[in-house]
Design a protein around this ligand. Structure first.
Ligand code: MG
Length: 391
């Protein structure tokens, strides 16, 4: 079998690092063409370049790109967002792993679809912000294909294989609940970033871990699933499953429910996205010992304690612009919380205020309109956060 030529966008993040482990384990199946990163961790990026010897490295930050060029002469270095797109769209590339966090991944995603690549997608914000535009681009480029890496979407993707769309009754996205799920509502205002960052099940990047604590992560996944699986919002349900063993489920018309079980390790959905439609032999680490499972529990999320999930349903049900507002306000609020500028309970407050401000926006399928709205919302969110911080 010929090797897959692969590029990893966001190689120094948590998914990127795990993807490189998968690539290393299945050395005979991949040729790593390039890696890209924001440039906040040049030391790790240089170490990855030395170890995996890709021909190209792209660094979003131009200063970081210059630094990498000084440190190594062995690779060709691109920079900026156009550098990311250039790397991902190289002719010889078959598969692009998109594991950049945040809405910034949208442009590279659209370019990669236009270039008809196989995409292993870990970024959820791009689908949240512009699912209608991404779906339309996929329709125009039927050779491009998105295989989700997000564990819940991967589970649903696997459960749906072989079934017609009209046989589905609903999707169940499971939520581990994050580190604060059992806190009382009154305790949440005193939560420190350190507590919100200590996720009991998954080891992930900082932004997504806070999203997990607020339940916004599940809200973003509801919107993501809507576009990935062409499902109406009222057929996408969320259920808390603290053990995080069942990664999501599909209920069919006859009442049968299929779920995908596995260890809590992102290498498994990453490997599946890269091996699809095949399955490759995993080592012991990725095997689940059923005899050691004591119980599997399920319960409803508490929207009074964690309003972000309902804010996401609301935004997605209104029009195609509000999810962009939701995402931009959330990104700004999460960063402000991580920097100790606002308290935990102000994250949904900021998002709610911004959604209300923009609730009667007209739909647009122009990317430029969305990018403008994104910038405008971020500015408004920062202003609101400044006011809240003074109080
Ligand atoms: Mg997930």
């Amino acid at each position: 079998m010929s090797k897959q030529n692969i590029v990893i966008l966001g190689s120094t993040g948590s998914i990127g690092v795990n993807t490189l482990k998968v690539v290393e384990r299945f050395k005979d199946k991949f040729r790593l063409i390039g890696i890209s990163a924001a440039g906040t961790n040049i030391k790790l990026l240089k170490a990855q370049a030395d170890r995996f010897k890709p021909r190209f490295v792209s660094v979003y930050d131009r200063k970081g790109a210059e630094e990498l060029k000084r440190r190594t002469k062995k690779v060709k270095v691109f920079s900026g967002l156009d550098g990311v797109c250039r790397l991902a769209c190289l002719k010889e590339v078959d598969t692009v792993v998109i594991s950049i966090a945040g809405g910034i991944a949208l442009l590279p995603l659209l370019e990669v679809i236009k270039a008809n690549k196989k995409i292993a997608l870990a970024n959820k914000e791009s689908l949240v912000v512009a699912g209608h535009i991404v779906t339309e681009q996929l329709r125009k480029n039927p050779k491009a294909q998105i295989i989700p890496i997000d564990s819940e979407q991967s589970a649903i993707f696997q459960c749906l294989k072989g079934y017609d769309h009209n046989m589905i009754n609903c999707l169940y996205l499971t939520a581990s609940g994050g580190p604060l799920v059992d806190y009382k509502k009154s305790q949440l205002k005193n939560v420190l970033p350190k507590e919100a960052l200590s996720h009991p099940r998954w080891k992930m990047g900082r932004k997504i871990t806070i999203d997990s604590a607020t339940f916004m992560n599940k809200g973003l996944e509801v919107i993501e699933a809507r576009w990935l699986f062409n499902m109406p919002l009222n057929k996408i349900k969320v259920i808390i499953h603290k053990e995080a063993i069942i990664h999501s489920l599909v209920e069919f018309l006859d009442g049968s429910i299929l779920g995908q079980l596995g260890v809590t390790d992102m290498k498994l959905p990453i490997q599946y996205a890269l091996s699809f439609p095949e399955r490759w032999h995993s080592n012991g680490q990725l095997r689940l010992d059923l005899s050691k499972l004591k119980s599997l529990s399920f319960r409803q999320p508490d929207s009074k304690k964690f309003p972000c999930l309902e804010l996401a349903y609301y935004a997605a049900s209104k029009n195609n612009m509000l999810p962009c507002v939701l995402n931009a306000a959330n990104e700004e609020a999460v960063h402000a919380f991580l920097d100790h500028r606002i308290i935990f309970t102000k994250i949904p407050y900021v998002i709610d205020k911004l959604l209300k401000k923009h609730k009667s926006l007209k739909d647009s399928s122009r990317l430029s309109d969305l990018l403008e709205l994104d910038q405008e919302t971020r500015m408004q969110a920062r202003e609101l956060i400044r006011k809240l911080a003074k109080k």
